[in-house]
Design a binder for this molecule. Structure first.
Ligand SMILES: Cc1cc2nc3c(=O)[nH]c(=O)nc-3n(C[C@H](O)[C@H](O)[C@H](O)COP(=O)(O)OP(=O)(O)OC[C@H]3O[C@@H](n4cnc5c(N)ncnc54)[C@H](O)[C@@H]3O)c2cc1C
Length: 435
């Protein structure tokens, strides 16, 4: 399946002209054409539904574009010790995790919920849930690659965490043992074994841990290929179509007002990533999401570079091979809806690469990018049939796992939309959990 440039998408139809057609109770309108919206569109189209996707920009051009492309099995951000680390890192402008101090009730409430989710008891509930969602999604990624040719060059070679300090390695082994309790397979590797897998690893590496089940892909290639397939299956897409507000009546969203006219679908899926909470506010709903900025730097892949992705553990930087490219991605900045490039953090990512795998740093630059992850405080997404509006489904808050969980989210949303019992119990994924 050829990958298309994001700017190539045509506007199919004219929403203003097709206004009457859009007032169609069998139609389902998806707000947001990122990995989540496109996965929803594909699985809904498979069920024979009439689907329209609208996006204020181009499909897949926001957070789903330049991320690390890791398909992880279980990676909760909220874990014991995260709050004290965050406080320590706040004083460091080059740290991997940063909360910009500001007066915001929403941020305070988010941090309070985050701190609750960091308690061991809650983290132990999150790990198996994320594991089950991720494993189900991994199977769907494999299916999409094998049956539909939609792979984004999907590869399952695991993830190699590499460490530079003894203390880091010990903490990594402790974490791996925790995951082993939940039947997530890992191998602890000595320096020789790490260098066997990654000959370019710096002599300062102390060891590694191989998470065997993880996969990786090129996220933009994946989204574009799946969008292309969804269109072949009849999905309508309207890029450059921004939602301005909603009309509601009788516990229903009756119209979605956009820059290209009104849509009056039978059902609506809110999948607008980091923008979801402000759109939800228009519906008087509280969707507990904070935008969390991260950066990636993509360079030409050095000759002979191994196909396994790395996590430079202490620095929290991912190094993902994507065919002829190599991508370094990291940092998590809770600084609001803010898109500036912070040069110090970009330099910190590059310095980490130089310290762990010096050779990778030397190659020709392709692109520097930043994106806003839609983060819930407990690292779990929100996938629910709204309690307030009977024709609204919310699918957002995937944080660091949108690519990993895209396919299972799409499938679950298609099951909710058609009134089927979802494959996975969704009771822990509702917005009510934050109230
Ligand atoms: C540095 C970095 C590394 C990452 N690495 C990984 C990784 O390795 N693995 C992984 O699984 N995840 C990773 N992620 C997270 C992943 O990128 C996100 O979880 C995912 O992209 C979220 O997808 P989405 O569809 O919800 O949001 P987006 O891709 O942001 O899509 C939302 C869409 O909604 C549209 N929209 C917003 N408002 C409106 C409106 N008013 N009207 C119409 N449209 C609107 C936007 O234009 C946008 O296209 C990473 C993120 C970052 C920043």
């Amino acid at each position: 399946m050829p990958s298309l440039n994001v700017s190539q998408w045509p506007v199919r139809g004219n929403p203003l002209k097709d206004h009457q057609a859009a007032r169609d109770s069998s139609e389902i309108l998806i707000i947001g054409g990122g990995v989540i919206g496109i996965c929803c569109a594909y699985y809904l189209a498979l069920q024979g539904r009439k689907v329209t996707v609208i996006d204020k920009g181009e499909l897949g051009a926001a957070c789903s574009y330049g991320n690390a492309g890791l398909i992880s099995i279980s990676m909760p951000l909220a874990a014991p010790g995260a709050i004290s680390k965050a406080l320590k890192w706040m004083a460091n402008p080059e740290s991997p995790f940063y909360i910009k101090p500001r007066v915001s009730l929403e941020l305070l409430s988010w941090i309070w919920c985050f701190q609750q989710a960091c308690r061991e008891k809650l983290m132990r509930k999150t790990i198996p849930l994320l594991r089950d969602l991720s494993r189900a999604s991994l199977v769907l990624h494999e299916e999409l690659a094998a049956k539909e040719g939609v792979s984004g060059s999907y590869t399952q070679s695991g993830l190699l965490m590499v460490f530079r300090s003894r203390q880091g390695l010990e903490a990594g082994i402790h974490e791996a043992k925790l995951f082993n309790e939940y039947a997530i397979q890992t191998d602890v590797l000595d320096v020789e074994a790490v260098r066997g897998m990654v000959p370019a690893a710096s002599p300062s590496i102390t060891g590694g841990i191989h998470y065997q089940e993880d996969g990786h892909l090129d996220p933009n290639q994946f989204v574009q290929a799946l969008a292309s397939l969804a269109i072949q299956k009849g999905v309508n897409v309207f890029p450059r179509t921004e939602v301005l507000g909603f009309e509601t009546s009788d516990r229903k969203v009756t119209a979605v007002r956009t820059t290209r006219g009104d849509f009056g679908p039978g059902q609506v899926v809110l999948a607008a990533g980091a923008w979801s909470s402000s759109l939800a506010k228009d519906l008087r709903l509280n969707v507990h999401i904070q935008p969390a900025k991260g950066y990636s730097i993509t360079v030409r892949r050095p000759l002979g570079w191994p196909s396994i992705p790395l996590m430079l553990s202490e620095a929290k930087v991912a190094v993902t091979p994507m065919q002829e490219k190599l991508r370094f991605a990291g940092t998590l900045e809770l600084a609001g809806m803010e898109f500036s490039f912070n040069q110090r953090r970009i330099s910190a990512i590059l310095r980490a690469v130089r310290e762990y795998v010096p050779e990778a740093r030397e190659n020709e630059l392709i692109e520097i990018w930043r994106g806003l992850r839609p983060c819930t405080p407990d690292s779990l997404p929100i996938i629910e049939q709204s309690k307030s509006y009977e024709n609204l489904i919310i699918a957002t808050g995937h944080g660091m796992l949108g690519v990993s969980l895209g396919p299972i989210t799409g499938k679950l949303v298609s099951q909710i939309a058609s009134g089927e019992v979802p494959d996975i119990n969704l009771s822990a994924l509702t917005t009510a959990r934050f109230q």
